[in-house]
Design a protein around this ligand. Structure first.
Ligand code: BES
Ligand code: ZN
Ligand code: MN
Length: 502
């Protein structure tokens, strides 16, 4: 794990030494403790603000180094903007901005007080802490020279002391938020890890630790998958020296009679395209083709670590898509676990072949109340939506509305795309029940239509195409990592709202 921030809450009081972060609004107003502290440096704050054109806008910061009149190393003032408009997401971003302004190792005290109005709540303080930790994530496992650390190869972390009105309440709120931070870090680690290190077996091994949190773990190997007749998934795996795994994670935090909710993840640890091989430029990004599986894994960690009151199942399909003497060919026909046959026209449309068998498996085994799958499924979704929305396809308005709402609450946005019989027709095959690609156009939709053919009895289902959001997205206040961990916060919020009444 590469998280590099430690959080502690204390009762707010004037700090006497070290680095201190204060909050201000768009009128450069300060809270009472912060105001008293700044009072000791005369007009240095207002002069520095004027010189730097610092206006207290949200996430902007102003640094005062070794300010005369007090015994502090530095004073950093971070803007909140217009106070009455500050949302949960803004507190999270503020945390990110605080970590950005605080920089490398050492200790920082953050005076979490609003310049006016009601005192900061425990939930808001926990959001700030979460923002700090998410921003501080840095995947440098393979850097032999760590920045700012001299010869010391063990990276040091920064300690944040968050000064709040009620430290005990803030700590309680932080326990749940910390579970989210850990889940996101796990997902990011898995996506960032190169494929030579993280094959299907190694991915499954890393998940074994979830058992300690109370997750019921089942790892299916090749003989199990053969017995289950997951031939669509096995067809993808057969070109790799490295055998596939399907990991089934069950978190039973709800009542025994509650129907579970299921999350499925595409876990192609590397996607060369197979015999329909991809061009070499940029192929290195295909180490992230398990971003859906990473998010599902991170989510299961989060739900278990915060003891969510829900019965949730997470299933990841782990395979490597390689060209080889044993690889599947264009034109091959496989019989999926559902019994439906698929003509594999393009071996690079492999994600849907993995997911279709997981869909059948979970519906027949667990009768879930809803199924959400996450997959870096198509390049076409990046053309359509870029990096700022995942594509959402669903047969159910209530489910897709709930996910849209969770997206707006967390900033992990989803945008619903259409499904229709006209698109479904595009994957009819001359030789089998369906083929694995449509035509040139609407590639993300025909991929979703393919998956929908495996949804039974109108089980509420949503498919999230995360090709544009799981990796390589632009850096934000709360993410500087290539693998973003996208989806963990979205689905955690969905579970809270839908199953825990929060
Ligand atoms: N893993 C890719 C999709 C992808 C592309 C994810 C770029 C992230 C970034 C997927 O398996 C794939 O190759 N899809 C093909 C489908 C086509 C063959 C119908 C694609 O998008 O080109
Ligand atoms: Zn793929
Ligand atoms: Mn592919």
């Amino acid at each position: 794990m590469a998280a590099r921030a430690e959080i502690k809450f204390v009762k707010i009081a004037e700090p006497k030494s070290g680095s201190v972060v204060l909050l201000t609004d768009q009128n450069l107003k300060l809270g009472s403790v912060s105001g008293a502290l700044v009072g000791k440096i005369g007009d240095a704050f207002s002069r520095a603000a004027a010189a730097a054109k610092f206006k207290g806008k949200a996430t902007k910061s102003l640094q005062l180094l070794a300010p005369a009149g007090i015994d502090l190393d530095r004073l950093v003032v971070v803007g909140l903007g217009e106070l009455r408009k500050v949302t949960a997401q803004d507190w999270l971003k503020l945390g990110g901005a605080i970590a950005g302004a605080a920089g490398g190792e050492g200790e920082t005290t953050v005076l979490l007080e609003k310049p006016a109005g009601k005192p900061i709540t425990a939930a808001e303080a926990a959001d700030v802490a979460l923002g700090i930790v998410l921003r501080s994530y840095n995947f440098d496992r393979y850097k032999t020279k760590k920045k700012d650390n001299g010869d010391d190869k063990t990276p040091k972390s920064r300690q944040y002391t968050l000064a709040v009105p009620d430290p005990r309440a803030a700590n309680r709120a932080w326990t749940a938020a910390q579970a989210v931070a850990e889940g996101v870090a796990l997902a990011r680690d898995l996506v960032n890890e190169p494929a030579n290190v993280l094959g299907p077996v190694e991915f499954a091994d890393r998940l074994k630790g979830l058992a300690e949190l109370g997750v019921d773990m089942e790892i299916l190997g090749e003989p199990d998958l053969r017995k289950l007749k997951m031939n669509a998934l096995l067809g993808v795996a057969q070109g790799s020296e490295r055998p596939p795994r399907v990991v089934v994670m069950r978190w039973n935090g709800g009542k025994a009679k509650d129907q579970p909710v299921a999350f499925l993840g595409k876990g192609v640890v590397f996607d060369t395209g197979g015999i329909s091989i991809k061009p070499s430029a940029g192929m290195e990004d295909m180490k992230g083709d398990m971003g859906g599986a990473a998010a599902v894994s991170g989510l299961m960690h989060t739900l278990a670590a915060r003891k969510a009151k829900v019965n949730a199942i997470g299933i990841v399909g782990l395979v490597e898509n390689m060209p080889d003497g044993k690889a599947q060919r264009p034109g091959d026909i496989v019989t999926s676990m559902s019994g439906q046959t698929v003509e594999v026209i393009n071996t690079d449309a492999e994600g849907r072949l993995v997911l279709c068998d997981l869909l059948t498996y979970v519906q027949r085994n667990d009768k879930p109340a809803a199924v959400v799958d996450l997959a870096t499924l198509t390049g076409a979704i990046i053309v359509a939506l870029g990096n700022h929305n995942a594509g959402m396809f669903s047969n159910n308005d209530a489910l897709s509305n709930a996910l849209t709402k969770a997206g707006l609450a967390t900033g992990e946005h989803v945008w619903r795309m259409p499904l229709a019989p006209e698109y479904d027709k595009m994957i009819d095959s001359k030789f089998a029940d369906m083929k694995n690609i449509g035509g040139r156009w609407a590639g993300s939709i025909t991929a979703a239509q393919f998956l929908q053919r495996f949804v039974e009895d109108d089980t509420p289902w949503a498919h999230l195409d995360v090709a544009g959001t799981a990796m390589g997205s632009p850096s934000t206040e709360t993410n500087r990592s290539w693998g973003s961990g996208w989806g963990v916060r979205l689905l955690d919020q969905y579970v809270r709202a839908k199953f825990e009444g929060k």
